[in-house]
Design a protein around this ligand. Structure first.
Ligand code: SF4
Length: 176
């Protein structure tokens, strides 16, 4: 089975979101938040593509195939750059970048760090990977694998992040 960075991200945000995504129920085309995020990604750093390259990473771990696609990697400084819209799901953003750093390590490239940029907030967050993080990622990946294979869709979480989620209509609008 393949585990991708989006699985790690969604597992951190909401188990139901991951389950829906993994079962090919996708509604990102209906989400203004997702559209805004893509626009931000394309416009804020249009010059960046000249200095950074896209990296696709794959590694085998515990019978699973792990995949990550880094949009902007600075080879010279061994740094991953991620652009995000807001900090409401910062923990998920950070774990996603840690997952990428771990994939670099598993491909024999050590010393990679990450930087998450929030252009609208004019803030950046530096990301490093510790051995504790690796243990947490391993535990998370086992959790992702188990959750994806469970038959029942997890319950809604009634969180403030739901209103920004692409599944909001599916989760709440049809409720009586
Ligand atoms: S709307 Fe809320 S409960 Fe539904 S998938 Fe999104 S985050 Fe989870």
């Amino acid at each position: 089975m393949d585990i991708i960075a989006t699985h790690i991200n969604y597992y951190t945000i909401c188990h139901r979101k991951l389950w829906l995504f993994a079962h090919a129920i996708q509604m990102e085309h209906t989400s203004n938040t997702v559209y805004d995020g893509k626009l931000l990604h394309e416009t804020s750093y249009s010059q960046r593509a000249e200095k950074h390259s896209e990296m696709e990473l794959t590694a085998k771990w515990d019978g699973l195939t792990l995949h990550g696609k880094v949009d902007f990697y600075d080879h010279k400084h061994k740094m991953i750059h991620e652009t995000k819209r807001g900090k409401s799901i910062e923990q998920a953003h950070t774990l996603q970048v840690k997952f990428y750093i771990w994939l670099f390590e598993r491909n024999g490239i050590d010393g990679v760090t990450g930087r998450i940029e929030y252009p609208k907030l004019r803030k950046t967050t530096e990301v490093l990977l510790s051995r504790t993080d690796v243990a947490f990622l391993e535990e998370t990946i086992h959790g992702v694998h188990k959750l994806i294979h469970q038959k029942k869709c997890p319950e809604t979480i009634n969180s403030k992040i739901c209103k920004k989620c692409s599944y909001y209509q599916l989760c709440y609008i049809d409720e009586p």
